[in-house]
Design a protein around this ligand. Sequence first.
Ligand SMILES: Nc1ncnc2c1ncn2[C@@H]1O[C@H](COP(=O)(O)OP(=O)(O)O)[C@@H](O)[C@H]1O
Ligand SMILES: [Mg+2]
Length: 265
Amino acid sequence: MLVVEGIKKHFAGIAALDGASIEVRAGESVGLVGPNGSGKSTALNCCSGFERPDAGRVLLLGKDVTGKEPWDVAKLGLVRTFQHANLPTKMSVMDLMLAGGHLVRGETIRHSLVSWKRVREEEADAVDKAWSILERIKLDKLAGHPGGKLSGGQQKLLSLGMALMGDPKILMLDEPTAGVNPSLRVELAEHLRKLQTEGVTLLTVEHDMRFISDVCDRVYVLDRGAIIASCAPAELSDHPEVLEAYLGRSGSRAVVESADRRTLS
Ligand SMILES: Nc1ncnc2c1ncn2[C@@H]1O[C@H](COP(=O)(O)OP(=O)(O)O)[C@@H](O)[C@H]1O
Ligand SMILES: [Mg+2]
């Protein structure tokens, strides 16, 4: 489904990614973890067209999509959510769902003018689809509410819903549980597992190791822009280089204790 070959990305002399390689097979649910600043979001950005890597390649279903625009990558089936939802307060939940679909279809003004009848049918289909996704994520009763005024957890769910409007073959999630309460976290994990059974491939960036264990079959560990381990979530603690990456540089008691609670960050 996805092959990332040695991608590099520098920002003003800082190597955010330093030759990271990742492979995700169709139907897999893979985690991407690593300390803050290790390059996780930059990796998702480079895969989804929001950043252009300085070197390396990104192949999606065998097609080279390196440096392609986000909407072109989305049309091929790669859709992602963002670490910070930043949803506008002037658009309703339904508006945002419909906008999520538009992004992927990449409609043009010409298309709307020339085939307005078809566009109307497509709009009606999009509204039906948005309702069924909103029911699934239990936000249907909030369809008329401003998206940006939902709780943090509901905004994360809405971001998932907006991504699903694009019928992803591979869905990338950047810290889906940040700011989400424990019960919604369980619900979110169930949604992701269900999507996997429906054939959606998943790549999830996350700090919450319990969530990673619940949702992912395999996990990559990124440290200073390079992959240092790939294993089953339960095997992470067997890798000394992983513990070193998380604990070595700070060595603080608080970090060790939080690692014991299976929340490495
Ligand atoms: N647009 C940017 N401009 C400058 N530096 C950036 C930019 N994006 C990321 N970085 C830097 O790249 C490194 C990796 O960032 P990021 O990918 O956000 O890490 P993570 O998601 O693992 O916390 C950090 O040092 C960060 O400050
Ligand atoms: Mg990040």
